[in-house]
Design a protein around this ligand. Structure first.
Ligand code: HEC
Ligand code: HEC
Length: 454
């Protein structure tokens, strides 16, 4: 908007505000120039921030951090895709296609059936166009044959989906929206490098779920490690992929609040980004956390081989975090809830429902004040905390909840109605059917127009 104004008008505006900032008293001219310097610094800062967000968006969508060494050299997923994964198979395991990366001719071909969606060669063509959300492939001509030589994954694999504008699974990107159709376990289980014993575990996770602890606690050690010495079956800790939006101002990240600035100087989101990029995606970087070391997890992880390879993760963290913090929770679609019922539900939320005791403040979470004990979760499973650095739960933020059923870390509540009923019995709230249904309408209304979305 500033760009459209003539330069002298901008200068006038800046001087005007500088004078306002300088206020009365003292040397007006000196304070005026200091204020102008402050404004210039603030503008510089804002510019830097915007550039960081743009860079972070690119990293989030397209950066593999060199994880091809895991997905290609170790898991051989390039061979699997080349031989077995047609676009239909890819869509069936929940992968999404970015319609904006498809040339008009390809879009037309998909519409009129001349592009063969049953042929893995078409998947290679899509990868060549960089159109498969979260997957990056290198396709090369080898002895006259199109060959997928390298493949890796990006953050968008799990934390982006599409709006299905073109067809089911094909549309415009929605970054930060969890891909609850994606079946990461089933995809990994396709790898010939995974032993049969683990294949069963990967296949048991199901769509929308991922266990970011399995390889550190079970697979690499061969046994299950838990803080309290119990050994619950290790195949049931896949958790719902959470949204990566609406996180601005929340000091603790992930279901168990492991991510914080004490354990990652770049910030709480960056803590987890480093964890996933290095220990799960196989990116070229390092991760450690003394809390997990003490629990016997298979950390530190050093994919730079003691610095022999460049660290591709650490330099990406500030921009990556800035992008995630810029992502706003989506507003509920028009007409998707009843506003007057939601207004009544707000009273229940803050009153008899006792929800605001934990879901407090503008973000509906007390994460910045405290974490909660294992028994505080109303989910079916509560043992997942035993695999965390904190051993506790973070109260989940609620903006955008309408968008991502099922609920709780284990997905044990299929709907918001189930969530409310779970609390009603666990906390013995004695809410009437009317109160419960109003509460559901309130949850569906978030972020309300008066609430911050980021
Ligand atoms: C294979 C799927 C997968 C990939 C790839 C992945 N994540 Fe995640 N992400 C998860 C799961 C599962 C969790 C929840 C873990 C937990 O809470 O214990 C999570 C948690 C998060 C959170 C915490 C959200 C909150 O509410 O605090 C953020 C932010 C996030 N991921 C961002 C990223 C970024 C950035 C990348 C790329 C570096 C990435 N993820 C890659 C599956 C994935
Ligand atoms: C004692 C603290 C506490 C109280 C009281 C509480 N919650 Fe929660 N809430 C949590 C925690 C912790 C989680 C995460 C649990 C998990 O995922 O296992 C959560 C998760 C949720 C979720 C799921 C969010 C998601 O992304 O999956 C919803 C919805 C929710 N709570 C709504 C409510 C409502 C409605 C009430 C009041 C009836 C309420 N909560 C009362 C602590 C609380």
């Amino acid at each position: 908007m500033l760009r459209k104004l003539p330069a002298n008008a901008v200068a006038l505006m800046l001087t005007g505000s500088a004078m306002a900032l300088a206020g009365c008293g003292g040397n007006v001219y000196a304070s005026q120039s200091t204020a102008t310097e402050h404004r210039a610094a603030a503008a510089e800062q804002a510019h830097h921030q915007r550039a960081l967000v743009v860079e972070g968006k690119h990293i989030f969508r397209y950066d593999t951090f060199g994880d091809e060494s895991f997905w290609t050299d170790k898991l051989k997923m390039n061979d699997v895709i080349q031989m077995e994964v047609s676009p239909k198979v890819a869509l069936a395991v929940g992968l999404k296609v970015d319609v904006d990366a498809l040339p008009a001719a390809v879009q037309q071909g998909i519409k009129n059936g001349t592009v063969d969606l049953d042929d893995p060669a078409t998947t290679l063509a899509l990868l060549k166009l960089n159109a498969v959300v979260g997957i990056k492939g290198t396709v090369q001509d080898i002895d006259g044959k199109e060959t997928l030589t390298r493949v890796g994954v990006t953050c968008a694999l799990c934390h982006s989906t599409v709006d299905n504008a073109f067809a089911s699974g094909i549309g415009h990107r929605l970054d930060g929206w969890p891909n609850r159709d994606l079946n990461p376990g089933a995809i990994i289980a396709l790898s010939p490098a995974i032993p049969d014993t683990y294949k069963a575990v990967y296949n048991s996770w199901g769509p929308g779920k991922y266990d970011a602890r399995f390889n550190l606690f079970v697979q690499s050690k061969g046994v299950a490690f838990f803080t309290n010495g119990q050994n619950p079956p290790h195949d049931r800790f896949a958790v719902e992929i959470p949204p990566a939006y609406g996180l601005m101002g929340i000091d603790k990240e992930i279901y168990t609040g492991d991510g914080d600035i004490q354990h990652e100087p770049v910030g709480p989101v960056a803590y987890w980004n480093r964890y996933v990029a290095v220990t799960q995606m196989g990116g070229q970087g390092t991760f450690s956390d003394p809390r997990l070391v003490a629990m016997g997890a298979a950390v530190p992880v050093d994919n730079t081989h003691g610095g022999a390879l460049p660290d591709l993760v650490t330099p990406a963290l500030p921009a990556l975090q800035a992008y995630q913090l810029s992502l706003a929770a989506p507003r509920p679609p028009l007409g998707s809830y009843n506003p007057s019922a939601a207004a009544r539900g707000r009273q229940v939320f803050h009153g008899q429902g006792q929800c605001a005791a934990c879901h407090s403040g503008q973000k509906f979470t007390d994460a910045n004040i405290r974490l909660h004990s294992q028994s505080a979760s109303a989910a079916r499973d509560t043992d997942y905390v035993l695999l965390s650095a904190t051993g506790k739960w973070r109260t989940s933020p609620l903006a955008g909840a309408w968008q991502h059923p099922p609920y709780f870390h284990d997905g044990s509540a299929a709907t918001l109605w189930d969530v409310v009923n779970a609390y009603n019995s666990k906390l013995n709230l004695k809410l009437t059917v009317q109160q419960r249904s109003d509460l559901v309408q309130f949850l569906k209304s978030l972020p309300h127009r008066d609430e911050p979305r980021r």
